[in-house]
Design a binder for this molecule. Structure first.
Ligand SMILES: [Zn+2]
Length: 281
């Protein structure tokens, strides 16, 4: 490596900011794209005339203000800097722009630096960083819409299996069992909960997300993932209810906590696992 580390890390941070900026597009548009598709499929099944609508995907239209739909100039759309320059407000209508945008961009940059520092300049780093970004997108989407799109959970699962095949083939068996057991454990819990209480405690997206994490980490991590995510979810849920009565009775998405537990295990798994085994023994 010829580059001094500071320049390398600064470069990686900026690339991460830009990827975070793209992630914001995925986070805001993917659920809308899915809703549109479901609607047009429903109309087709009911043999009703299709609606004509302007194209809407990750590339079209260009960035718009969510309030006044004014196009955002490139210099106001730069990751992090655009938001800071306008102090979080639209240049046209002066309405506030969500904190989600700079926070996801910053997370993209910081994760890139953290993954590089932990794993170094090896091909595995790109795979692990991709997984971190998909987990970030999934958490924010679930938090906003209660959806964990298959378009993200299933590629995350396959990417985990390919990672094991390429870099640690001795883990492949553990990973396949992890994916199956991850799905089945939450699936059984869901049905048990539904039979006993008549309520739905989580969604099928949660099963697929745990399956994906099982593929990345192997089945041995599943109990730790569940303990961490349930603990985090319960703590945050209780804190939210105590701080604001408006949140009482509002369901909390489980996906962000699964994703956070997954992140933690991907980045600090071996240390955590050792601690967990020591506490359990
Ligand atoms: Zn505006």
């Amino acid at each position: 490596m010829g580059l001094p580390p500071v320049i390398l890390y600064a470069f990686v941070f900026v690339v991460g900011l830009c990827l975070g900026s793209f992630l914001n597009v995925v986070i805001t548009r993917l659920p809308v794209m899915l809703m549109r598709r479901w609607r047009s499929e429903a109309l087709e099944a009911l043999e009703m005339p299709a609606e004509s609508a302007a194209p809407f995907n990750l590339a079209t239209p260009a960035s718009l203000c969510p309030h006044c739909e004014a196009p955002i100039a490139w210099h106001d759309n730069l990751p992090l800097l655009g938001w800071l320059k306008r102090r979080g407000r639209c240049a046209q209508c002066d309405q506030p722009i969500s904190m989600q945008y700079p926070l996801v961009e910053l997370a993209g940059g910081l994760l890139a630096v953290a993954v590089l520092a932990l794993f170094g300049m090896v091909p595995q780093t790109l795979f692990i960083y991709s997984a971190c970004l998909v987990l970030l997108a999934l958490s924010v989407i679930d938090f906003r819409t209660y959806l964990l799109p298959d378009a993200l959970t299933l590629p995350l699962l396959w990417l985990g299996l390919v990672y094991q095949l390429l870099f640690q083939p001795y883990m492949l068996g553990d990973a396949v069992i992890g994916a199956m057991a991850g799905y089945l454990s939450l699936w059984s819990f869901y049905w048990l909960f539904k039979l006993v209480t008549g309520k739905e405690g989580m969604g099928y997206g949660d099963f697929k997300l745990l399956a994906a994490l099982g593929a990345w980490l192997g089945w041995t991590f599943l109990p730790l993932l569940l303990v961490l995510s349930a603990g985090l979810g319960a703590t945050v849920g209780l804190a939210a209810q105590a701080s604001s009565p408006a949140l009482r009775g509002k369901p909390l998405p489980f996906g962000p906590f699964l994703a956070l537990a997954g992140w933690t295990c991907l980045l600090a798994g071996d240390e955590l696992f050792a601690l967990y085994m020591r506490l359990g023994a």
